[in-house]
Design a protein. Structure first.
Length: 89
């Protein structure tokens, strides 16, 4: 549900990026990053509260889970794409 809300909230930023000047574009990108960060933190906060309701989970272990299953695969994919693109150019 958070991803759907995020997609709807980012539609105006796409129009701003497409049809505005450079100064406004910089502000729109910054605000969109803030909105994305806040909604992702909200999603993880809600999921942490749901998990701790059923299981006893330490916040540090939940943080390690988020890093290992959410962030680390994205970093590997980005790194491999960068290496592939640099090799083909």
């Amino acid at each position: 549900l958070v991803n759907k809300i995020l997609g709807i909230l980012l539609i105006p930023f796409v129009f701003i990026l497409a049809f505005s000047k450079r100064d406004i574009m910089d502000v729109a990108v910054t605000v969109s990053y803030i909105v994305i960060g806040l909604l992702l933190m909200y999603r993880y906060f809600i999921s942490y509260s749901a998990v701790t309701r059923d299981l006893k989970v330490n916040p540090f272990h939940f943080f390690l889970y988020i890093l290992s299953f959410e962030v680390l695969p994205l970093l590997f994919i980005c790194k491999s794409l960068i290496l592939y693109i640099n090799r083909t150019l």
